[in-house]
Design a binder for this molecule. Structure first.
Ligand SMILES: [Zn+2]
Length: 293
């Protein structure tokens, strides 16, 4: 708990973490190349063109400005138990996929308690969590292991499926001469209850709502999310190649992510998805809304 609160209260990290971008490290470049190589041949070229076209359409749509959104094309719009915040910068103009079909867009951020639709253990890369959508109290990953199994300093647990890429990330950081460690990882529902109540008591409900996820709403409950410490600019540039996405980047937070910027908070979605999210210009929340099966 103390670690959580001290962690949230260090504004210097935000200041140092967001302004600049470091070049992508050697290992991350290599991985990027591997991923592209994997799409070789005519099929790969076609897919590449399709992805580029789709990204272009998405960016074009985003630039058009706000209009009526289409929440809930993939699943019903979340019930809104509270007023929408005024900080909704979501680009809600109709966005079309390559076939001209409108893609669903993330609804404005609102306080609510709606069970997120894709919430099984196998849904880890597509579960949407925000101030409205949540996991049930009993949702607990089946395969938690200590992060130190990845050879990285720090403490906490993640799902076993994260370990391989977390180990590669740690090795790459070491090879680039930068320090990276894990400050916090899995948090149970009960831990989130304690965390939110403690923060609200210290700083008030309004501050707590903007800063700490209410119980069930934290990506840390997935067991795939890590708060890193160390060289955050290096992570911003390199983490996607190892499958980790910064969930609350400064340029999208809180308006499009529902939470304040957190330069240290990364969620594992696998390298392929993480690189697609990074290339899209969308926050992870927006990307997941548009890419629900
Ligand atoms: Zn976090």
């Amino acid at each position: 708990m103390r670690r959580q609160m001290a962690h949230k209260a260090r504004p210097s990290i935000l200041g140092s973490g967001h302004g600049r971008r470091r070049p992508v490290g050697r290992e991350a470049r290599h991985r990027l190349g591997d991923w592209r190589d994997g799409l070789g041949g005519p099929a790969g070229a076609l897919l590449g063109i399709g992805v580029i076209a789709l990204v272009g359409i998405v960016l074009l749509g985003a630039g058009v400005g706000a209009a009526g959104g289409r929440p809930g094309a993939a699943f019903g719009p979340p019930a809104r138990d509270g007023p929408a915040t005024s900080e909704t910068g979501s680009p809600d103009a109709a966005v079309l996929d390559a076939a001209g079909t409108p893609l669903p867009t993330a609804p404005p951020c609102a306080q609510g308690d709606v069970l997120t639709p894709n919430r099984g253990p196998d849904d880890w890369a597509r579960t949407i969590l925000d101030t409205t959508l949540m996991l049930p109290e009993n949702a607990e990953p089946p395969d938690l292991v200590r992060v130190t199994e990845a050879g990285i300093a720090g403490s906490g647990k993640v799902r076993g499926l994260v370990i391989g890429d977390l180990r590669a990330l740690a090795s790459s950081a070491a090879a680039d001469g930068v320090r990276v460690s894990v400050d916090s990882a899995y948090r149970s529902y009960a831990q989130q209850v304690a965390s939110f109540e403690s923060y609200a008591k210290a700083y008030g409900d309004d501050e707590a709502l903007k800063t700490v996820a209410r119980p069930g709403h934290s990506e840390h409950q997935l067991g795939t999310t890590v708060d890193f410490a160390g060289d955050l600019p290096w992570l911003a540039a390199n983490a996607p190649a190892f499958g980790f996405v910064m969930s609350y980047p400064a340029d999208a937070s809180p308006g499009r992510t529902c939470y304040r910027p957190e330069a240290w908070h990364f969620r594992y979605v696998g390298p392929r998805t993480a690189l697609r999210v990074a290339a899209s210009g969308l926050s992870l929340r927006e990307w997941l809304w548009r890419n629900q099966p």
